[in-house]
Design a protein around this ligand. Sequence first.
Ligand code: G3P
Length: 223
Amino acid sequence: MEFFLDTADTAEIAALSEILPIDGVTTNPTILSKSGKKPADFFAELEGVLTPEQKIIAQVIAPDKEGMLADARKINQIRGGKNIVVKIPVTTEGYKAMKAAVAEGISVLATGIYSPDQAFWAAKIGVDYLAPYVNRMDNYGDGVGQVAELIQTLKQYGMKAKVCAASFKNTAQVHKLLAAGTPAITVNPAVVRAMIGHLGTPFAVDQFNADWQAAYGTCELGL
Ligand code: G3P
């Protein structure tokens, strides 16, 4: 399975990549614009903190098919088509752009998905990833359950598209999607840190150290 960071914070990407096996980075126009960086500067910075094997997944900006396709080609060229994935939203124009981009051999992630039906059609087009917005779907109903069902639907038809579950506000949503077998997921750094930062662990480690120190008068292993 693939675990991506959903962020444009390159310092956090570098820090978390040192701690965890991160498979790449996803951004969207909101995330990137909030970083305050120029797009070209951001991608140059990103290359500095990622290995070539870690994927970059970036989104088109244009609203119409031809514009999206032009954006998709530019994004694809950032890495000469290797380990680069283009996010295209599931608007009417977006579906047209997806069909054209897939036909050109560009790796596509269908984004802005609020319903399993939108995801199904993008999968039928032949995209590589589908990004259902789990938390935003949860605002309307059972987003976690709908995405878990989508994973099964894709399996049932042997479709190649992988769910890349996105839009998380808490670790419980992430946990449930992992338990449902999501093949890919993108999570913001704050929620990733919450996944690994249980307060009980330092408490346990402090106790181990105190017991060792009391028994042996040192913090060394002594072997
Ligand atoms: O990757 C899509 C995601 O960034 C949307 O997340 O938190 O804006 O719902 P959010």
